[in-house]
Design a protein around this ligand. Structure first.
Ligand code: F0G
Length: 359
């Protein structure tokens, strides 16, 4: 976003805001790039493949689109504090927007399962971290109760403002392509984002802003060890390398199913190996570094294209929900590449040769 372009909530004001409503807080969210992925598309067999890089948001994930609306409204309503449960990104976003609003922010996190970058963001912004010996689902259950008790405004996606704000990503995709894509692929965790995209595409078409009124098929992907919607029952102990979507009982479950069925789409599972392979392919072929969970959409599309369940001529957008820097520990070093050698030309040249020979 350039300094001259209006903030996200102003750009789509007619579809979001109440009469005369003002939004004093903005960190420059939205306006993220839609990248034509020619090399990746060539590799997986889809000519018109695009990446919506949500890692380019101010705190490095799509959460900022909804958080900006939720925190502006919490501030306007005289909230004394905000609170959320999180696998990491929601807490990083909540901490930043709450800081900008001058509101205390409490974040409840599953101990030991939040990626290092996300933890650093919440700590740096002064959020009050509370680690629980349990998973995201347990933390969200507690947060619901805190919200009912009125101690703080809940800024998880059970707050409808979050999903309203997240619809803007669908608006941007239609604006950029001139219409909706044939299919939109994304990771599914708590299932808010797939719900928001579907509502966004529908709202834009209903408002006459999608010239031909087209709607995409929604393709959602869960991690195999955390795939309650695919299996049709909650998962007690979800497990995946993609910690952002390590969720066993999604809050927006029924709406995700609705998005899938109304759009003629699907929700399937991808393995941790497929997710990490896709993460590596995306950055090595396109230079776009996303976190593991974000690669689930590409992993799924790759499989669907191989099985000819997506046609080579279809226009497909994969949403990359968060930045790779959030989770540096998920990146594997090449063997030997981090072992120091003497700082002389001969040794360095030998080491370079080693790489060339390996490739
Ligand atoms: N991708 C990333 C990077 C995420 O952080 C999340 C969710 C998702 C995908 C899934 O989106 O929940 O709307 O289906 N992260 C939440 C959090 C749960 O606490 O940061 P969803």
């Amino acid at each position: 976003m350039t300094a001259a372009s209006p903030p996200l909530l102003e750009r789509y004001r007619d579809l979001i805001a109440g009469e005369g409503e003002s939004f004093p807080i903005s960190l420059g969210e939205g306006g993220t790039p839609l990248i034509r992925a020619r090399r990746l598309g060539g590799e997986i067999g889809i000519e018109h493949l695009y990446l919506k890089f949500e890692g380019a948001n101010p705190t490095g994930s799509f959460k900022d689109r909804g958080m900006v609306l939720a925190v502006n409204r919490a501030l306007g309503a005289g909230a004394l504090a905000v609170v959320c449960a999180s696998t990491g990104n929601t807490s990083a976003s909540a901490a930043a927007y709450a800081a900008a609003a001058g509101l205390p922010c409490h974040v409840i996190l599953p101990a030991g399962k939040v990626a290092r970058g996300k933890l650093a963001q919440a700590l740096a912004a002064g959020a009050r971290l509370i680690m629980v010996d349990g998973n995201f689902d347990a933390a969200l259950t507690a947060v619901r109760r805190l919200g009912e008790e009125g101690l703080a405004v809940v800024v998880n996606s059970i707050n409808p403002d979050r999903l309203t704000g997240q619809q803007t990503a669908a608006f941007e995709i239609v604006d950029a392509l001139g219409t909706a894509p044939d299919a939109l692929a994304l990771p599914v965790g708590n299932a808010g984002n797939i719900t928001a995209y579907w509502r966004g595409f529908r709202a834009y078409a209903d408002a006459g802003r999608t010239p031909d009124g087209k709607l995409p098929r929604m393709l959602g992907f869960q991690a195999e060890g955390a795939a309650p919607i695919v299996r049709g029952e909650p998962i007690e102990a979800p497990e995946t390398v993609a910690t952002a979507i390590r969720i066993g009982n999604p809050a927006s479950w029924q709406w995700a199913v609705e998005a899938r069925d109304q759009s003629g789409g699907l929700i399937e599972a991808v393995s941790d190996e497929e997710i990490l392979d896709a993460q590596r392919l995306i950055v090595r072929l396109e230079g776009v570094f996303c976190e593991p969970a974000s690669a689930a959409g590409v992993a799924g599309v790759r499989r669907l294209a191989a099985e000819r369940r997506i046609g080579p001529g279809e226009t497909v957008v994969c949403v990359l929900t968060g930045h790779g820097l959030k989770d540096p520990d998920a990146v594997q070093a090449e063997e030997g590449s981090l072992t120091p050698i003497p700082p002389d030309l001969g040794a360095i040249r030998d080491a370079m040769q080693l790489y060339v020979r390996r490739e």
